[in-house]
Design a protein around this ligand. Sequence first.
Ligand SMILES: *[C@@H]1O[C@H](CO)[C@@H](O)[C@H](O)[C@H]1NC(C)=O
Ligand SMILES: *[C@@H]1O[C@H](CO)[C@@H](O)[C@H](O)[C@H]1NC(C)=O
Ligand SMILES: *[C@@H]1O[C@H](CO)[C@@H](O)[C@H](O)[C@H]1NC(C)=O
Ligand SMILES: *[C@@H]1O[C@H](CO)[C@@H](O)[C@H](O)[C@H]1NC(C)=O
Ligand SMILES: *[C@@H]1O[C@H](CO)[C@@H](O)[C@H](O)[C@H]1NC(C)=O
Ligand SMILES: *[C@@H]1O[C@H](CO)[C@@H](O)[C@H](O)[C@H]1NC(C)=O
Ligand SMILES: *[C@@H]1O[C@H](CO)[C@@H](O)[C@H](O)[C@H]1NC(C)=O
Ligand SMILES: *[C@@H]1O[C@H](CO)[C@@H](O)[C@H](O)[C@H]1NC(C)=O
Length: 868
Amino acid sequence: MAGLRSQSIFTLSFLSFLVLSNNAINTDESTYLLKLREAITPPPSQWFQTTDMCQWIGIVCNYYDDYSPSSFVEAIDLTSLSLTGEFPPYFTNSLFHLKFLRLQNNSFHGPLPSLASLPDLQEVYLDHNDFTSIPDNCFQGLFNLKNLSLSYNLNLQQWTFPTSLTNSLKLTNLDLAATNLIGSLPEIFTSFPALRRLDLSNNKLGGPLPSSLEFSKIQNLILHTSNKFSGTINVLSSMTELTEVLLQGNSFNGQIPDLYNCTKLQVLMLQDKKFTGAVPQSLMNLSSLRNVSLANNWLQGPLPVFDEHVAVALGGNGFCLDHDGPCDKAVTTLLEVAAGFGYPYLLARSWQGNNPCDGWKFIWCDKWGKIRTVNLSKLNLTGVISPAFGDLIDLWYLYLGGNNLRGLIPKSLATLPQLKVLDVSNNSLSGKVPRFSSTALLFIAKGKSLLDDDHLSQTKGTTSTSSLPPWLAGVLAGGVGLMMVMYLMIIANNRKRCFSLLQKMMIWKKTSIVLDHNVEEFIKSYQSMTLKRYSYSELKKITNSFHESLGQGGYGIVYKASLVDGRKVAVKILKESKGRGEEFVNEVITIGRTSHVNIVSLMGFCYEMNKRALIYEFMSNGSLDKFIYKKGSSICALKWSTLYRITIGIARGLEYLHRGCNTRILHLDMKPQNILLDENFVPKIADFGLAKICKKDKSVVSISGARGTPGFIAPEVLSRAYGGVSHKSDVYSYGMLILEVIGGRKNYDSGRSNTSEMYFPDWIYKSLEQGNILTRCLPSTEEENDMIMKITLVSLWCIQTNPKNRPSMGKVIEMLEGSLESIPYPPKPVLHSPERLPMRFEDFEDLSSSAHESNSLATENNSSIKNM
Ligand SMILES: *[C@@H]1O[C@H](CO)[C@@H](O)[C@H](O)[C@H]1NC(C)=O
Ligand SMILES: *[C@@H]1O[C@H](CO)[C@@H](O)[C@H](O)[C@H]1NC(C)=O
Ligand SMILES: *[C@@H]1O[C@H](CO)[C@@H](O)[C@H](O)[C@H]1NC(C)=O
Ligand SMILES: *[C@@H]1O[C@H](CO)[C@@H](O)[C@H](O)[C@H]1NC(C)=O
Ligand SMILES: *[C@@H]1O[C@H](CO)[C@@H](O)[C@H](O)[C@H]1NC(C)=O
Ligand SMILES: *[C@@H]1O[C@H](CO)[C@@H](O)[C@H](O)[C@H]1NC(C)=O
Ligand SMILES: *[C@@H]1O[C@H](CO)[C@@H](O)[C@H](O)[C@H]1NC(C)=O
Ligand SMILES: *[C@@H]1O[C@H](CO)[C@@H](O)[C@H](O)[C@H]1NC(C)=O
């Protein structure tokens, strides 16, 4: 604006001079036109025949007013003259009063001359040329611009939609077809109240249609071909002035919206896309329509019938019939179901035609053509559960778990007379749970965790929950994990023991749990929803008869296996002698309820008589100890930035375990052997055989005997004289673990000749006091130096003898991620080199199976032990 004003002042003062001197155009204008004559080839010969430039062909002059003797250039019109050449830049400084610029259908090349701040410019046609670039803000300050066409400048370098056009409130026609536009459309269509025609076809635009189009009065919306606009076209239903809509060949999806209010719509081209669902009746009712193509989509439902004078293309869709008429009742019902989810493409691809038993995915029928199973679990479905499910009266199994469904569980589901299993777990449902018959099994818990209290109070609000059969109340209250445990307990045939275990491990939400045969059915569907249950013979198959052992831990041997789909997994076969099933249940319910990038995920299990196995994701880089102790692959093989990330990753995993809402999980066996590394060296905490689930408000847990692995066990776990066992015991083990990472050695190494070096925590504290940094792998940059210092300081905080002095894992992460300066200097831990431990190693061999393993680890030939 400032530029514009100074420009006007300049021109005006110049004018007063011109008025005195001659009647022709001003010298800026004539200079520009002379330059133009030089620049274009061939120059029109007539331009050399007169010095009165206002007489030149293609140049139109005008007078300021009837009394003014001097004139100015108002229009340049060089349409279709087979001209080439590069335009002289800076129209702005020269042709200040230009209103019309028509250069279309030539071969002009080079950069477009900047048009910025030409306040009178109304129409610009630059289409069908070879311009190569567009100056920044080329279209700024064009307050009177009405028509702009740049289309078919195929050699333009890529550019994005010109937001500088927002000054042009009068813009009615914008044609940027085939101009190499990329990116998405900005939300600026409220700035174009006068826009009637928008042609952006044949570009490389993408993203959604801006919602600000809703306010526009566009009549011709032309976005077809080469573009990849996506999302729905719902905004069209508000664009009531539309007459022509050409959207073919983009990536739109979803339904064809209700265009009831688009009463002027004549041409609608929506072919070759992924539209789904039924064609709305209101579209067929539009009397303005002349030409419609819906061909080659995934449209469903009855064949749309248009007025006979409308040209229609409908081929390549999945309408239920190829003639007019209603669909089969089951089809109508399932399409209503699909409508609840917004007609997802995933369903539309196979939900075509008039028989759901004929190849419709996710639907299973019996041999009499009755729909018995609908399994829509884990399909990323959004939307709501349609009450239309209530019309599938033969339904036995309905699985909707693991989606993002919102809203209520419709009452109609409870009227399904034969329903055996309903799984709606792991969604975002809310509201009251309707009253189901006692023969139906319900999975309603959110995720694998126990139902949280809010959810429970929502379901408790009515009488419906309290009148549920007792076992069902238990399901609702305890969630999936609890029932899983119950089932395993029954198999273990050791009911009494298990109940006491359960009481220790789980929080009861409801007490009255009655077990019956339904549990078998429950577990069957649970395992198919979350954890797959494998038979022993299947394990044999996927491990190639236990061909490749990955290592041996306290609980059994770990084998490499490949699933049918090619994924690699690790199968841990638990030792038979362990008989009691405690560690098995422990693993299943602890890892089974976690989901974190730094915690190994459990993919399945086997439970068959006394054959028990756990199936985990496969970690290609093995366990961390391999890098610390094993000769050959030394810790220095990893960069410090990787080790630092590993340190933080482990902390995050532990923090997640400790964080839980009502309960926390204590791992109680943190050591390098239990940290697995995936192909990107992302650490994952494994082996939950000793884990404890405890109530969060109960800071201290009781455990029987000492457990863990010598060298990593917190003093309070060994002797209650040091305090109670809590999440701070894991913090201690974590501290010892990361000290080994720094040392690249076992913390206690009796093989050292120098006794002061035998116990690394002692040694490192002493060196720290002397201002030295102590590590096997020397840092090469200041940054690495800081990382090592941070890990060292944090580790020394973690191994403080008094649990109260140790930081929480949250604080550990904060310190590691913060600046070195912000970590306080740790007090010297009262260090327990092994000789001074309250117990000697040998004393508690029988207390923990891990102890065996750790002892055997000390011998070199066994050092590859890997304990999942
Ligand atoms: C383009 O210009 C050529 C001559 O250069 C002419 O024959 C042709 O008709 C023009 N095309 C249009 C669409 O104006
Ligand atoms: C300018 O745009 C309007 C609106 O689209 C259109 O009616 C008019 O014909 C255009 N003018 C020219 C010269 O193309
Ligand atoms: C059509 O316009 C009416 C009145 O403005 C509005 O209430 C209605 O929601 C619109 N229908 C659609 C489908 O947009
Ligand atoms: C379509 O038109 C029919 C009659 O012409 C009418 O009964 C029906 O309600 C209309 N439907 C919609 C959605 O406009
Ligand atoms: C309908 O529109 C398409 C695309 O614009 C065109 O090819 C076709 O000729 C039109 N049909 C009728 C009958 O107007
Ligand atoms: C669900 O969405 C996620 C992330 O968007 C994607 O990775 C996954 O493939 C989707 N699953 C299905 C079944 O579409
Ligand atoms: C539940 O959701 C979590 C993440 O939100 C996911 O990891 C888990 O696999 C889901 N379970 C089911 C049954 O879909
Ligand atoms: C349901 O579908 C999911 C996802 O495709 C699958 O993992 C699961 O095994 C199926 N459940 C049943 C009971 O068929």
